[in-house]
Design a binder for this molecule. Sequence first.
Ligand SMILES: Cc1cc2nc3c(=O)[nH]c(=O)nc-3n(C[C@H](O)[C@H](O)[C@H](O)COP(=O)(O)O)c2cc1C
Length: 208
Amino acid sequence: MSIVTMDQPYAQKMQKPRLLMNQTISTLLRRRSVRSYLPDPIGQEELEQILEAGRYAPTAMNQQPWHFTVIRNPDLLVRLEVACRSAFLESSIDALRQVASQEGFSVFYRAPLLVIVSGDRKALAPQYDCTLAMENMLIAATSLGMGSCWMHAVMMFYASEKGKKIFHELGIDFPEGHDPLAAAVFGYPAEPLPEAPPRNKDCVTIIG
Ligand SMILES: Cc1cc2nc3c(=O)[nH]c(=O)nc-3n(C[C@H](O)[C@H](O)[C@H](O)COP(=O)(O)O)c2cc1C
């Protein structure tokens, strides 16, 4: 069996030798949810590359039923973040309320960029389509040396009437018939990437 070792330093860091390692697998394994960002903005070229990666995700019946909303105005990000934090604070989930009430907590981790993928409600499988687009963008960002983190608060907040109203007041409107289905912040990590949380191994059944 041929052994592909395009990213030797990363392969060496893995707990046990990997038989197959290439740049793509290395990038997939290296992606982490980053929760501390430098204020440096993301360049236009990098942004366009990330969005392009998103648009190349597969979609049910090739419907591409999505819209990508990019927010990088720092003032708008702060205003949206304050609103989203209230969704955590008012959540019925104890852990979310606890996290959001910590002093200095920032929902968007002060990242310079938020991308929201909204999907057409009438499409066949918009949630899958938009999530796949976002995963492509998370991986593309990793490959370009950036960090990212999925932002559940955006969808949680938008699900409420209050949230929809505030999005509109802030001038963040989605195309008619669309709902935000995937959101993530992007930016350059302020600290070394965290260790990957251990993955459960007991989740595979191979039949045949
Ligand atoms: C659907 C979904 C919602 C998530 N929401 C948040 C979030 O609101 N805030 C956050 O910091 N991380 C969020 N995460 C990131 C997870 O906490 C993270 O993926 C998990 O802990 C594994 O760590 P890793 O991404 O570094 O591998 C979310 C991830 C997913 C898939």
